[in-house]
Design a protein around this ligand. Structure first.
Ligand code: HEM
Length: 490
């Protein structure tokens, strides 16, 4: 007994000073980083250790702090505290353009990927594989259109089997987008596998609910997904290795040879098909939560929109567009109101308060004299830009047809998938979302179908107020528990 107590004392006497030294070294490093940035104004307490209060404030009130910084310091920069570092927030078109144009060897964008979370699931994350998959999908979109639509109609029918169905908005969205996206990625059989849908629901929960508890937690929630990731991978990998020509997006009918070029790039690697399967899983982990959360925000706007001023005009537009030759890519292009509705939803209820996350690889000075040392994390205030009255009159109003403007070429400036310094929902510049064209087509297709075939309202007893959004750090989540009533129209 005595010797065990002695061991505990010895461990404590060794561990405690080591932890203390590491903690002090960490705090000193944080302080050094802080002194490098003292010339940049701070929102919240700036002095160490009070800056930690700022980090706690950021966890709960990021949107307000960023809004405050944007109003005070636009068109320059300000900083906000996180637990381990500062984020320098760039505002105003001139500096945003400078950040966009900064070469990769000066501003890297490794900061954009959720690779740490994904790596903890055992997925091999290689953006060199993931981004080309998105580009391949975009190039083949017109060819894949009818397959996506077929899957969408079946998935919506399965999610809302009765004439009137009251369902969880987030669950229905995740199921629909998991199937539509994966129908073209991995084919009919795997896209309908319950394992695939459940994995995507868990990716979403890992991101959304995990962040709700503490921003450090998702990584641990993701570790719990290892088993399911392995099971889904074992559905995909053998199909790539054995019969690529029959497999989803790689099939012969889709040109641009994505599979052969990915395998050639990885030819010396015996794990090539494993890596491609993992690229597909990594793409799922980003694309399905992004699509489902974005679309759930839009569904809440739809359920509370005016039936005569918003829903009916969209319905008439869809009827006119498909009446001229059915459901085709060009019919979707003619749906300007549907496009604008989704874009306005992303403006008002976008998923991120910060975008264009970058890390300086060298000391860097902006044209207004703002100087950041090597290793600084920078970002652009997305939500505050979207709420700027000099860019959007009455920015707090959800104006469904705000972006129905111009005609011909001029109209494309206002399109859902177009990035701009004042529309940052997809990021902006070289690292802007390469899947945005696919995402825009899929969301438009689903919204147009729902508007045409269903009346969508909040569930009985929920009143007529849009379910509340909530912020976790710099992420905006829709209400994950709200249910909507979908009533089939004759
Ligand atoms: C509504 C749905 C979506 C939203 C809101 C969204 C948004 C974003 C944002 C904000 C970024 C980071 C941009 C930056 O740092 O500047 C991003 C990156 C990315 N997105 Fe999306 N995305 C969506 C759907 C998709 C889909 C469907 C795909 C693929 C088919 C996709 C593929 C990617 C990839 C590969 C990247 C990483 C690019 C890189 O780091 O180089 N996204 N997305």
């Amino acid at each position: 007994m005595d010797s065990m107590a002695g061991d505990e004392v010895t461990h404590a006497t060794i561990i405690f000073p080591v932890v203390l030294v590491l903690l002090v070294a960490f705090l000193v490093r944080v302080q050094q980083r802080q002194s490098d940035l003292t010339r940049i104004p701070t929102v919240g307490p700036s002095r160490f250790p009070l800056s930690y209060i700022g980090a706690v404030q950021f966890l709960f009130h990021a949107e307000r702090l960023l809004q405050e910084g944007y109003q005070h310091y636009k068109p320059s920069a300000f900083k906000v505290a996180r637990f381990t570092r500062w984020i320098v927030v760039i505002t105003g078109p001139r500096l945003v353009e400078e950040l966009r144009k900064a070469p990769e060897d000066e501003m890297s964008y490794d900061a954009t990927t959720d690779s740490k979370e994904l790596t903890s699931t055992g997925i091999h994350v290689d953006i060199g594989h993931i981004a080309p998959l998105s580009t391949h999908l975009t190039r083949n979109l017109p060819l894949m259109f009818s397959e996506m639509r077929d899957e969408m109609v079946t998935a919506i029918g399965d999610a809302m089997p009765n004439v009137s169905a009251t369902v969880s908005a987030i669950d229905a969205s995740t199921e629909i987008f998991s199937r539509v996206c994966n129908r073209i990625l991995v084919g009919l059989e795997v896209c309908r596998s319950p394992e695939m849908t459940v994995l995507n629901k868990q990716f979403l929960e890992g991101k959304a609910r995990g962040k709700a508890i503490l921003s450090a937690l998702p990584m641990y929630l993701f570790i719990a997904l290892r088993g399911r990731v392995n099971r889904v991978r074992s559905l995909i990998e053998p199909m790539i290795a054995q019969k690529p020509e029959d497999f989803g997006m790689f099939g012969k009918e889709y040109p641009h040879g994505i599979l052969s070029s990915l395998i050639a790039a990885d030819s010396s690697n015996p794990k090539a098909s494993r890596h491609i399967a993992d690229a597909i899983l990594a793409l799922n982990a980003h694309a399905i939560p992004a699509l489902s959360l974005t679309f759930t925000h839009a569904l809440y706007h739809l359920a509370t929109a005016s039936p005569s001023d918003v829903v009916q005009p969209m319905r008439e537009e869809v009827e006119a567009a498909v009446g001229r030759g059915g459901w085709t890519p060009s019919a979707l292009e003619r749906m300007r109101r549907i496009d604008s509705f989704l874009k306005e939803s992303m403006r008002v209820s976008g998923l991120h308060a910060l975008t264009m996350l970058r890390k300086s690889r060298t000391d860097y000075t902006f044209s207004d004299g703002t100087h950041v040392p090597k290793g600084t994390i920078l970002a652009v205030a997305c939500a505050a830009t979207h709420a700027d009255p000099s860019k959007y009159p009455s920015p707090q109003t959800f104006d469904a047809f705000r972006f129905v403007q111009g005609s011909g070429q001029a109209a494309s400036r206002y399109q859902l998938s177009t990035t701009a310094p004042d529309f940052l929902g997809w990021g902006y510049g070289r690292a802007a979302c390469p899947g945005r064209f696919v995402a825009a087509v899929q969301m438009k297709m689903v919204l147009a179908h729902l508007v045409l075939h269903y009346d969508v309202r909040l569930e009985d007893g929920a009143g007529d107020v849009r379910p509340r959004d909530w912020w976790v750090g710099s992420e905006r989540l829709p209400d994950l528990s709200a249910r909507l009533m979908f009533k089939k129209r004759r």
